[in-house]
Structure formats: structure tokens, C-alpha cells
Design a protein around this ligand. Structure first.
Ligand code: F6P
Length: 535
């Protein structure tokens, strides 16, 4: 069990609040602290994490570390890794880290290795063309049918590893809106397509509906029931439901209840990664995640990269009242990272009830959003630079691109370096006037001023390898964990997704001709208008 400690009862909470109230210097001023860049930059393997452009002084950081200690963070980390049921409301362990610990002993490790072997064999057969479809042709396209954690993780990683695709192209269908499925299958050939139905529970409405429609598409376009095993496999913890769907047991890949949906890309849910980028890449991804686990487990708190990142986030969220965090990868390959992190972070830490069952009296998880640079620069960066809200930002880039167009890459990286610099330094009235020279137009001066003093973190990585990607994802997972521990919430359940699902059930029956239910007046009017218009 994790301890139930109200962080606001820590003396450090009070001192942080008064530091926030009395904060008057700028981030630029903080660079007067000796060795600031050195103290707040962490080099680890191919990574450089630079936290120095954040509005956090050494004094604030020391208090935050005190808060972490008061919240028994070290003990919580140990509890997680040792398999204590820290997901208390579901009575489960939280052991996605065990999925990437390939050289350990014990029952879980044996199960993990056995499943990995199965993934290795299957993905190799698909990629080398020995797995044949019903007409004897090799598979060329795989379609992952899943949603949430059974979609976002594999989609983000498989897309990021596009350089490694060879004979198989992965596709992803998640939305219950059939438009997505129809758009995807339009260019697919059932003879050479294999569907991976990915669902931890195998009851999720969107996934089951899409899987049935995919099956119907396959049958309608030449596939036969007899050969369904050649075109449908499943990943789930629910063997009975998989069997009921008609997928053979030998075509089922399993994982376990100690793997949360949004932390499951490391399990067989990552099958689409192995089947597109290759098994070797999948294993490298696991090793990268494990490398960050080791850092997280064994590094002192004041040098611990996910801990430092989490504490800075707490300072912003709870003391400076910054409500969101923008994730800005300067790499097209990471274009799905922010939506992946939206689930990882917001489904984990978007909670208002503490571990003691009482409403918490402070803010929990921030709003996560973002787009790859430089696209974002031409869309929402205006607000980040000159808006009234302060948006902490995380910039991510790779030294070596996955292509040979150096000119593109240098331009991309020039922007990666320039944006945080602009956010930090801004541009004063004097500078604006100086730039305008003799022809200064006083009316325009205020509009051209950038106040600066806007915080950012820069993460510079040598190259986008599966290993480094695994490490980056694990960094975010641990950061989320640390924040959840300090906010005294349960980060590994997701009761907040249930109510909408529950209400949709009777409404669906209503839309399908059943009796009208009782709703609030607005919903009643909306459904009524829908019924009128659909006639
Ligand atoms: O509704 C939210 C959720 O339960 C997520 O936590 C999960 O990742 C997603 O649905 C999909 O669930 P499943 O893998 O069981 O289909």
C-alpha cells in the first residue's frame, strides 16, 4: 500500500506557497546562480535533459525535494517495483516495469519471456513472409484494432520507428466512428491483411464493434470462416471473450492484470510494433525502458531525472497555478507523442479524490497537449509567447535525423534551439525600438514586445533509436508516477471514464428504437432533434 499523506500538511508545502507568493525575479535572473546550467542539466547516455530554463531556483528545488521526502516518495518507488498492490481501488500490482526487465527471475519474468518468444516467432513469420493468408499470399498490412492504451502506445511507437518498417505496413483503427475503419480498409486487400484485435478486457465497445466490422469486411471480400485464423489474432487478458469472438487460442497473445492499459505498449499490446519495426526493435525498446527504470530506482532524488521533472511540474501546477503542459517534439516521427501522453498523464492523474477517499484540496494532473514543431509554431505558439497564460513547455529533438536531408534538419533544429531561447529572453521595448531604427513606429512597439520569462525544458537526444524511445517513454511514466504519489492520488485506476460509458448504454437502446429514457432537458431536446432529423 502507498502511504496516505496529504502533501499540503507538509511544512514544505507552506514554504513553497510563500516562495511562490514572494517570487519576483525572472528566469533570466536565476542564471546568476553559479553553475545553474550544470546543476540543472542531466546527461544520461544519449540524452541531455536541460531543466535550467524553468522558473525554479535552487531554493525552490530544495523545498520540493523536502516535500517529496515528506510524501515518502522513495518508499513509494520501492513499493511499485516490488509488486505491492499500489493500485488499491482495483487491488492490483503495477508492474509494467517487469515487462522490460528481461534478465530477472521469478514467475512474472518467466511468463513475460514466454510471451516475448511467441511475439518473436509470430512477428518474424509475418515479416519474412512465411505466414500466409487464405490465398497463399504473404501478409503486407496489419491493422491494430484497439483504443486508448491498446492503440495510442503501439501507434505512437510504430509510427516513430517508421525507418525500420520493411515488408509490413501497420494501420490503426480506434474510433467507433466507422469512417475511420472504412478509410483505412479502402486501400487494403483482405488476402494480405491481418487484424490484431487488441483489448485488455475484450469488452470495449469501440474495439468489439470495429473487430466485428473488420471480420465482416474480410468475409465479404473473399475471406472465408475456415481461414479466419490466418487473418485475425488477439491480444488480451480475457481468454474466454477472445474465444467467443472466434479467434483461436493459439492466435491469442496474453498479458496480465498487473499491466495497466495505458502502460501496456511494453506487453503483447506492442505486437504491432514488433510486426512492423521487427522484434529486435521491440526488444531494444524494452531495454531502453529498463535503462530508465534503473536510473529511476537507483539514483538519489536530487539527481533523479523523472523526479526533478515531476517536482518542477508540481511547482508550476500547485504553486504558480500554471494549468497545462505543452509537449513539443521537433520530430515528425513523434507526432503522436502528445496524444499518447494525454492518456498516460491525464487518465493517471486527473483525479479529485485522495488515497484516503477524501476530496483533495489542491490541484492534481495538468492538461497535456502539443503538436510537433515546427507546425505548432505556425498555429498556437502565438499564445505561448504573448498570451496571458503561462504554458510550461517541453521541447524534444534528436541530433541525427532519420534521413539525409541535413538542410531540413538544421532548419528544424535551429527552431528547436530558438524557441526556448525566445521564451526565456523575450524582446524588450528598447530592443523593439532599436530594431525599428530611425523609422520607429511607436504605435506598433507594444505589439512587438515579448515579455519572455516563459519556462521550458529541452530534451536533446542523439538519435531516435528504439532504445532511446523506450527510455523517453519510461521517463514520462515515472514522472507521472512521482506526481501521483505526491498528490496522494491513485494513478493507476480510471473510474472517471465509466460514467459516460454507463449513460451511453440506455441512450443507445433509445436510438435503436427502445423506450425513451429520462434525461436532463438539454439532452432530451438534443436526442429529440436527432430523431426528427434522421427520419
Ligand atoms: O475507457 C478507458 C480504458 O479503459 C483505458 O484505460 C484503456 O486503455 C482503454 O479503455 C481500452 O481498454 P481495453 O484495452 O480493455 O479495450
Amino acid at each position: 500500500m502507498l502511504q496516505k499523506i496529504d502533501p499540503a500538511s507538509s511544512k514544505f508545502w507552506g514554504s513553497l506557497a510563500s516562495l511562490a507568493n514572494n517570487q519576483n525575479g525572472s528566469i533570466k535572473d536565476l542564471f546568476n546562480e553559479p553553475n545553474r546550467v550544470k546543476k540543472l542539466s542531466f546527461q544520461d547516455g544519449d540524452f541531455l535533459f536541460d531543466f535550467s530554463k524553468n522558473s525554479v531556483s535552487s531554493e525552490v528545488l530544495a523545498e520540493l525535494l523536502g516535500l517529496a521526502k515528506d510524501c515518502h516518495l522513495k518508499e513509494a518507488i520501492q513499493a511499485q517495483f516490488s509488486g505491492v498492490h499500489i493500485n488499491e481501488t482495483e487491488d492490483r500490482a503495477v508492474l509494467h516495469t517487469a515487462l522490460r526487465d528481461l534478465n530477472t527471475e521469478g514467475k512474472n519474468a518467466e511468463d513475460v519471456r514466454a510471451e516475448l518468444k511467441k511475439i518473436e516467432i509470430f512477428s518474424s513469420q509475418l515479416l519474412d513472409g512465411t505466414w500466409k493468408g487464405y490465398s497463399g499470399k504473404s501478409i503486407r498490412d496489419i491493422v491494430n484494432v484497439g483504443i486508448g492504451g491498446s492503440d495510442l502506445g503501439p501507434k505512437m511507437v510504430a509510427s516513430a520507428l517508421h525507418d525500420k518498417w520493411t515488408t509490413i505496413t501497420p494501420h490503426f483503427i480506434s474510433n467507433v466512428d466507422a469512417s475511420q475503419l472504412l478509410e483505412e480498409v479502402k486501400h487494403l486487400d483482405p488476402e494480405t491483411t491481418l487484424f490484431i484485435v487488441a483489448s485488455k478486457t475484450f469488452t470495449t465497445q469501440e474495439t468489439m464493434t470495429n473487430a466485428e466490422t473488420a471480420k465482416a469486411w474480410y468475409l465479404k471480400n473473399g475471406g472465408s470462416k475456415e481461414h479466419i485464423a490466418k487473418h485475425f489474432v488477439a491480444v488480451s487478458t480475457n481468454a474466454d471473450a477472445v474465444k467467443d469472438f472466434g479467434i483461436a487460442e493459439e492466435n491469442m497473445f496474453i498479458f496480465w492484470d498487473w499491466v495497466g492499459g495505458r502502460y501496456s505498449l511494453w506487453s503483447a499490446i506492442g505486437l504491432g510494433i514488433a510486426c512492423s519495426a521487427g522484434y529486435q526493435a521491440f526488444e531494444e525498446l524494452l531495454k531502453g525502458g529498463h535503462d530508465m527504470d534503473q536510473h529511476f530506482l537507483h539514483t538519489e532524488m536530487d539527481q533523479n531525472i523523472p523526479v526533478i521533472a515531476a517536482l518542477i511540474g508540481i511547482w508550476y501546477n500547485n504553486f504558480l497555478n500554471y494549468e497545462s503542459l505543452a509537449i513539443l517534439p521537433y520530430d515528425h516521427r513523434l507526432r503522436f507523442l502528445s496524444s499518447y501522453l494525454q492518456q498516460a498523464d491525464m487518465e493517471s492523474n486527473g483525479k479529485f479524490v485522495g488515497r484516503d477517499g477524501k476530496k483533495i484540496g489542491y490541484q492534481s494532473g495538468p492538461i497535456i497537449w502539443g503538436e510537433p514543431g515546427t507546425n505548432g509554431q505556425h498555429a498556437f505558439y502565438q499564445l505561448i509567447h504573448q498570451g496571458t497564460k503561462i504554458i510550461p513547455t517541453e521541447f524534444i529533438a534528436f541530433v541525427h535525423p532519420g534521413h539525409s536531408h541535413q538542410d531540413h534538419h538544421e532548419k528544424l533544429l535551429a527552431n528547436f534551439f530558438a524557441q526556448p531561447e525566445a521564451l526565456l529572453n523575450g524582446k524588450s521595448e528598447e530592443q523593439v525600438r532599436e530594431e525599428m531604427g530611425a523609422s520607429v513606429d511607436e504605435k506598433l512597439v507594444p505589439f512587438k514586445v515579448f515579455e519572455g520569462n516563459r519556462p521550458s525544458t529541452s530534451i536533446l537526444i542523439k538519435e531516435l533509436t528504439p532504445f532511446n524511445l523506450g527510455k523517453l517513454i519510461a521517463y514520462y511514466e515515472h514522472k507521472i508516477f512521482v506526481q501521483g504519489v505526491i498528490w496522494n492520488i491513485f494513478s493507476f485506476d480510471q473510474w472517471g471514464v465509466e460514467l459516460g460509458k454507463q449513460l451511453a448504454k440506455p441512450i443507445l437502446s433509445e436510438l435503436q428504437g427502445g423506450e425513451s429514457g429520462s434525461h436532463d432537458p438539454s439532452t432530451t431536446a438534443l436526442i429529440k432533434r436527432f430523431q426528427e432529423l434522421r427520419k
